[in-house]
Design a protein around this ligand. Structure first.
Ligand SMILES: [Zn+2]
Length: 309
């Protein structure tokens, strides 16, 4: 079959031969495009003429699906947030337990150091954010947690300050304790006590101003507290004697030594060897005559030698 197209613009008529396969294909494609255009126009027409109510219903349906999707997402977000909040609550509970332990420790320390209770108020109730009485109910309000954490943080600050003050007081107490005569100046046994006793040389009642510690000849004699050597030499009756001023009203004296190991003006630490035991001066055998003076008065050394540092 042949189609002859005649136009004024063209001088010669155009002949389309439908037997040509390529031409047939071209025409088929053109027809298909025209058909699709018709269908599209029809759908558009249908939508235009469809009732507004149906269109609104379709939009509502879409919106509902959208909301359902968003709701599902929100539930997920809530779950995640709740997990975070619950984890925070657990952490807060642990911190509060630590705070309580810290309180107990501080109280024990204050008692051990015999400190004024009013000065260290460790017994004040620890901050609790209702973690213990939540009866398994999940935390809904992050603000509750937030305020609990803030309260707990300030509680920790107070405890920190109290512990620091307590620490410095205890350190002061330790320094103080180093200056206080404590323990025996030499290894041995007490052979004579402080007080009135028969004089070992003439049998007359006489005041014994210290204690005698029997010990082998040459045994090291130790300073019973930190201090400054104020005398190291021979005194009548005492023989070779060392005197130490501890700077806090206390003075100790160690007599009858065979050898002196320190010199006046020397600073000695607790336990430092200051002499070797002997029997110089008014003595019947090797021993250390030990005296403790407080504010210029001789006192019974027994309580001091029986103490432990
Ligand atoms: Zn004596």
């Amino acid at each position: 079959m042949q189609i002859i197209l005649v136009s004024r613009a063209r001088k010669l008529p155009r002949i389309l031969d439908l037997a040509d396969r390529r031409l047939r294909l071209k025409l088929f494609v053109l027809l298909a495009i025209a058909l699709l255009a018709c269908v599209g126009a029809g759908v558009a027409l249908a939508l235009t003429v469809a009732s507004p109510r149906d269109r609104a219903l379709g939009q509502i349906h879409d919106l509902q699906q959208q909301i359902r999707r968003q709701n599902a997402q929100l539930v997920d977000v809530r779950k995640d947030a709740q997990r975070g909040v619950n984890a925070l609550a657990v952490k807060l509970g642990q911190l509060q337990a630590q705070s309580t332990r810290l309180n107990a420790l501080g109280e024990r320390l204050a008692q051990a150091a015999k400190l004024d209770d009013g000065e260290f108020n460790f017994s004040q109730p620890p901050a609790v954010g209702g973690v213990e009485d939540s009866s398994g109910r999940a935390y809904a309000l992050p603000q509750v947690l937030d305020s609990s954490i803030t309260r707990l943080a300030s509680q920790f600050d107070i405890q920190q300050a109290q512990l620091s003050a307590l620490q410095s007081l205890l350190l002061d107490a330790k320094i103080e304790s180093n200056l206080k005569p404590t323990g025996m100046p030499v290894q041995g046994y007490i052979s004579s006590y402080f007080g009135v006793r028969p004089d070992p040389f003439n049998g007359l009642a006489a005041m014994h101003t210290g204690i005698d510690i029997a010990t082998p000849y040459g045994t090291p004699v130790h300073a019973v507290a930190e201090g400054m050597v104020t005398f190291a030499g021979v005194r009548r009756g005492y023989g070779n004697v060392v005197e130490i001023d501890h700077g806090n009203g206390y003075m100790t004296r160690y007599a009858h030594n065979s050898k002196l190991e320190v010199h006046p003006g020397q600073h000695v630490q607790v336990g430092e060897v200051i002499a070797k035991a002997g029997s110089t001066g008014r003595s019947t055998g090797p021993h250390v005559h030990f005296e403790v003076w407080y504010d210029g008065r001789v006192v019974n050394p027994l309580a001091f030698v029986r103490n432990h540092r």
